[in-house]
Ligand binder design. Structure first.
Ligand code: PEP
Length: 236
């Protein structure tokens, strides 16, 4: 399966940052992985169209009285082909439940966008040996019935690895990815792309991306600079 290297800019980026997007777009044709940058919604209409772009969240409804929210249809209209849903920062900061994440993923599908659905355990859950139970439960609750490998990718992002410089061991990553793969095979009879996310950097990308059932990466901090993001993509 061709790898997907997706960047998550989070709440970073002004118009001057579009030079980084342009640099990624210029290099993308020479890279043997699919590249995607999930930008703040403010930058989507301004970014170069040659590179696939994503958003980082959406409302479940198509329109209506939801001040400050953006629908999947609006994000598609602004240039997104993908939407990250259920990122741990949204689950934590905005108290998003699995049911809310599932509704957002279904909204992305309704707008003909690919949902990148995030799951992952906290450090306390890992220490309590609950990782596989937590991740498979989030998966069951967050992936809508209409999911297919064409409209959905999963991102395994241990909460304790995001933005910390810490990563699970290769064996730990492989174990969780295998469990996600098996759960989706059982439920859908299909193989979905499963990305790893959490402190992916140029110096650990090759190791992580070579693991079984790791079909790409969701990259936060290291996606803000084109040089780092491209170094990760070249490791795929
Ligand atoms: C993320 O925000 O999805 C992420 C994985 O962040 P970082 O790469 O900075 O850990």
């Amino acid at each position: 399966m061709r790898a997907l290297i997706a960047g998550n800019w989070k709440m970073n980026g002004l118009r001057e940052s579009l030079a980084e997007v342009a640099a990624v777009a210029a290099a993308a044709p020479g890279i043997a992985a699919d590249l995607l940058l999930c930008l703040p919604a403010t930058l989507l209409p301004l970014a170069p169209r040659e590179l696939p772009l994503g958003a980082q969240d959406c409302h479940a409804n198509a329109s209506g009285a939801h001040t400050g929210d953006l629908s999947a249809e609006m994000l598609a209209d602004a240039g997104a082909s993908h939407i990250i849903v259920g990122h741990s920062e949204r689950r934590c900061d905005h108290h998003e439940t699995d049911a809310a994440v599932r509704a957002k993923a279904a909204a992305a599908h309704r707008a003909a966008l690919t949902a990148i659905i995030c799951v992952g355990e906290t450090l306390a859950q890992r220490d309590a040996n609950e990782t596989l139970a937590v991740v498979t439960s989030q998966l069951a609750g967050s992936v809508p019935d209409g999911a297919t490998p064409a409209n959905t990718a999963i991102a395994y992002e241990p909460v304790w690895a995001i933005g910390t410089g810490r990563t699970p061991t290769p064996d730990q990553v492989a174990q969780v990815h295998a469990a996600i793969h098996d759960a989706l095979q059982t439920r859908f009879g299909a193989t979905f792309r499963i990305l790893y996310g959490g402190s992916v950097k140029p110096d650990n990308a090759a190791t992580l991306l070579a693991l079984p059932h790791v079909h790409g990466a969701l990259v936060g901090g290291a996606s803000l600079k084109a040089a780092d993001f491209l170094a990760i993509a070249r490791a795929a």
